[in-house]
Design a protein around this ligand. Sequence first.
Ligand code: HEC
Ligand code: HEC
Length: 326
Amino acid sequence: MTTWTPAGRKRPAGGPARRFAAPAVLALCGLSSACGSAWAQGDAEAGEAVFIAANCQSCHTDYANDGALLAGGRALKTPFGTFYSPNITPDPKTGIGNWSDEDFRRALIHGRAPDGARYYPVFPYTSYSGMTDQDVADLKAYIFSLPPVEKANRPHDLKWPFSWRWVMAPWQWLFFHPERFAPDPERDDLVNRGAYLVDTLGHCGECHTPRNRFGVLKDDMHLAGQEEGPEGGIVPNITPDPETGIGNWSDNDITWLLITGFLPDGDNVQGGMGEVVEHSTSRLTDTDRQAIAAYLNSLPPIVHQVGPPRETGDTDTGGGGDEFDY
Ligand code: HEC
Ligand code: HEC
């Protein structure tokens, strides 16, 4: 139990000294916001695994126009207008090459830009805010090991008043209270790892949990699906209710979907979920996929019919389209 880390991996050599020092520095961290970078030395190799589980590349790469990895420009359509993801390659001019460790940490954990501006939650920092400092540091080391690409950011095209970035200040103040992920001692290690993968890194709830009218995820409907997903279509209930969710799926059905994109009925997932499988879940370790299945099956089942009930043999689950509208 004591060896569990949210990242679920062995620390590379050189770790023990750092690990030893960490608790003391961590205690000081509570008193100073300018910390985190002081002790968390990033490891690029470990960071690649975080990058995959968090699927940063889907939104930050403009696949439709053959865009370079992480160079941004991908259109994400929402009811508030169209967002264009920024360049997060280590290019110093147009990307984030000049960012300090603390700038990077603050963006992911607090949703704040280096100049203090607030990010729109279409960047799912609302989920990433649970990340451990070590994972954030590793992730930065990995992203900074990738090739810099010079490509200027395209401004978002948003409807008023959302075009005023400052409206995000009251929104964050009211609705965003960053909480670091903490393993639940009542659950076993695999389930805790699954919770970290699903709720923090994989940000599954950003699509699978319905929102209230302020765009805030409804806690009591965690992963219960929604009719109006990011792509305007149905996002299924993935709680273990047998009728309206995935309660009839075995752990193997879930891991098979996460590897291949195939549903138990032989159909395959499309659109946003297709990308999640392609760039993220198919590239996880087997243990991580089992952890996701174990966590999903441990959740309280929520009865919530999203879209028409699935008939046996019915191959249309309502997702679809190549365009990724967020
Ligand atoms: C669902 C789509 C989505 C995902 C997934 C996503 N991002 Fe973003 N990200 C965005 C958007 C859109 C913005 C712009 C937000 C704004 O302008 O307020 C953004 C902004 C950022 C910024 C600020 C860049 C700047 O120039 O100010 C950083 C850094 C960043 N993302 C890193 C990441 C990392 C690292 C990951 C993976 C852990 C990630 N993003 C995953 C959509 C996404
Ligand atoms: C970008 C939005 C998005 C994200 C993020 C996302 N999903 Fe999905 N998911 C969907 C959509 C849409 C579908 C339906 C796809 C289809 O049927 O073509 C789906 C389908 C599924 C299904 C099949 C359920 C069924 O009854 O058909 C499972 C299981 C699932 N997702 C699990 C996950 C897990 C686990 C994560 C996080 C690692 C995740 N999803 C992240 C959008 C998303």
